[in-house]
Design a protein around this ligand. Structure first.
Ligand code: GLP
Length: 260
């Protein structure tokens, strides 16, 4: 794991945007795995800004999102389809044929999950998988106890996750109980995994992911098995790391080193 620790959240976001931009410059037709959540909002703002400035282009890239709520149509304001449309796809007028999310409103969500894994494989697999982390250590919607060998499938959301995501829903709106999520095996097959976490509320999950045992108790700890995982943190999210000094020696101020 490569740990890049930046002082402020905006610095961590900028570093994450740079990692993605670099991947796109190296491979303009990259297959990107995309994430949602509040942490990702400034990342997409940064990508849109760089694309509009002509520094990068996503026009030839293909994308697959991590997850979607079961029962929500792509038009639903709280669906991840809408999140991506609003934040990235529409601002850059990306070709809808190249942007993929699983269909939460599929008649058969179990079959939809299998179709989605097959579509990722048919596209050649994911070059760069962007990830956030839940306060309980989830990645995508792989809640604690998820098989570390899981394919894309339907998962029941944890109470903590529904509570954390309630802020995106209206007071009287039901919060979905299920989601289709890329599995942990799907995520581990990506050629580069980039996880961004900011804020004190992520410190415990980050410490468990990086320094805790490899365990389904913290699904993100599966990234310890990933051959190329980059974890980008701000100081608050890094606060629980016992070996922080070492990580900062390897990558002072979150800078890439030539020998990594
Ligand atoms: C959500 C998403 C995850 C995301 C996480 C953190 O439930 N399914 O992909 O990483 O929770 O979200 P946030 O960035 O809003 O804290």
């Amino acid at each position: 794991m490569k740990l890049l620790i930046l002082a402020r959240p905006e610095d961590a976001v900028a570093t994450c945007v740079t990692v993605i931009a670099k991947a796109l410059v190296e491979k303009p037709n990259a297959v990107l795995g995309l994430a949602t959540g509040g942490t990702m909002e400034p990342v997409y703002d940064g990508l849109v800004q760089r694309a509009k400035a002509g520094e990068i282009s996503l026009a030839r890239a293909t994308s697959f999102n991590l997850d979607e709520y079961v029962g929500l149509s792509p038009e639903h304001p709280q669906s991840y389809h809408r999140f991506m449309q609003d934040r990235l796809f529409r601002p850059l007028a990306l070709d809808p044929a190249r942007t993929h999310l699983s269909r939460g409103d599929a008649a058969d969500p179990v079959a939809e999950a299998a179709r989605y894994d097959a579509a990722i494989a048919a596209a050649g697999g994911i070059d760069l998988q962007l990830l956030g982390i839940g306060g309980n250590g989830h990645i995508g919607f792989n809640e604690p106890s998820s098989s570390l060998a899981s394919p894309t499938r339907v998962k029941t959301l944890a109470r903590a996750t529904r509570d954390a995501n309630a802020r995106f829903f209206g007071a009287s709106e039901p919060i979905p109980r299920f989601a289709i999520t890329m599995g942990i095996a799907t995520i581990l097959r990506s050629r580069h995994a980039v996880l961004l976490a900011t804020g004190a509320q992520k410190a415990e999950a980050v410490a468990a992911m990086v320094e805790g045992p490899l365990s389904a108790r913290c699904p993100a700890s599966a990234l310890q098995m990933h051959p190329r995982a980059t974890v980008v943190l701000d100081a608050e999210a890094a606060a629980g790391l016992e070996l922080r000094q070492y990580y900062e020696t390897v990558h002072p101020e979150g800078q890439e080193t030539s020998l990594d």
